[in-house]
Design a protein around this ligand. Sequence first.
Ligand code: FMN
Ligand code: SF4
Length: 478
Amino acid sequence: MRNLSNAECGVGNAEWIVRRRESELVSGIEPSPSIPHSAFRIPHWGWGGAAVMGFPHKPHPRETVLLSRYFGDPEATTHKGWVKRGGYEAWKQAQTMAPAAITEVVKESGLRGRGGAGFPTGLKWSFMPKEKKRPHYLCVNADESEPGTFKDREIMRWTPHALLEGVAIAMRAIQAEVAYIYIRGEFTEPFAIMERALAEANQAGVLGDLKVYLHRGAGAYICGEETALMSSIEGKRGNPRIKPPFPAERGVFGMPTTINNVETLAAVPHIVKRGAPWYKAMSLSSPKSTGTKLLSVCGHVQKPGNYEVTMGFPLKDLLYDLCGGMRPGRTLKACIPGGSSVPILNGEESESCLLDYEGCIEKGTMLGSGGVIVFDDSTDMVYQIMRLARFYAHESCAQCTQCREGTAWTTKILERILGGQGKMPDLDLLLDLADNMTGKTICVLSDSCAAPVVSGLKKFRGEFEDYITGKRQPVLAA
Ligand SMILES: Cc1cc2nc3c(=O)[nH]c(=O)nc-3n(C[C@H](O)[C@H](O)[C@H](O)COP(=O)(O)O)c2cc1C
Ligand code: SF4
């Protein structure tokens, strides 16, 4: 139910399902047969609820299938099947290498974190103490709560051993004896698959003395933030912590810790096996962005889904070629390329944006987690921005005043505008609030709420003004 209230599901008109199911639950009646049961198990909907996502597509010839090569192949989920496909060869190789040598290869490859911030992975590993005086930990971020993002789910669902292999290699590189894979609570199917894969790997003795535990989240977006995730693993409320100290110095249980995203770790075995130069060569634009990226595309395209492309791939080609373009008769209005936390691009900017870290920055946005949310010309941008703000207000952990008050106040103003009660000074107030919410808090959830508001107002100001001047009919009750 929470998923269906996310912004990208709003684009797909999923709200009616939520409202209807809520009324059924309140009245105690059986779920309507017109709402397929599977709707509640499929995290993200395509447009109009018609293009239900869930099963991987046949790779498009322009995709570079590295991590997604075995998506849709059930045999690859088993230990036997994975070994048959060359799995765990990189782990065997890594066991012959010194930890620093593994870190060096990953550093050289140019791999950057796929969780959102794009921090260089090898460099992060090199921050761990070289001399081991205390236990070291690896935390795997499989929380994947960023609206619009659904690629880690697929990695765990189809290639759980790829993640375990990446985890084992990373553990050796940072000299960790224990790893926690923190999985989003709603991911029931990927959790069951990971559980089975871990049991198989342990039974086959693949992991040796390494201890890997699966830990389920309980549905809070903020627990995807790395310090909140550690607090949650420790059994505390998932509140972000002030940095420094950074996790490599004082992480989970106060010990040196590295935190990496699922997609980041799943890329590591390929790098170890085929070498840094091979990985580095996969780059279509900036040499600072290497390898492949899984992009989760949702919203108003004909073929939503996960697409894996080489860094630097044009966003225009992703939308029109791989995803089949807009719905018939519709044109591209806007796009959020990196999950809901990054600035919105208008149609023109989207059509000239290259999908890598630098290409997105050049257009004033970020690659983030690679959750591409697409809006066509039928979209009410004010409404969509309000939905995003409402999400952040709901998910704020409330420790910082700017975030607690700012996200709620922003939502209230946007609701007021949509209810036909807005005033022109509200627009400047929104920008002033956004300024106070940016760069001033413990974590960047607050900034994430401000980003779509600022970019939305800059690019679609006329739509806000139309609600205020009465050119547009109110869509919310005042
Ligand atoms: C509010 C918030 C939510 C986040 N959610 C996730 C998430 O669901 N998954 C993830 O991998 N990273 C998430 N991150 C980023 C993590 O804090 C962290 O940067 C990342 O897990 C590091 O892994 P990487 O270097 O491999 O990308 C989030 C950050 C913030 C501020
Ligand atoms: S910015 Fe928001 S979510 Fe992050 S710590 Fe502060 S109050 Fe919590």
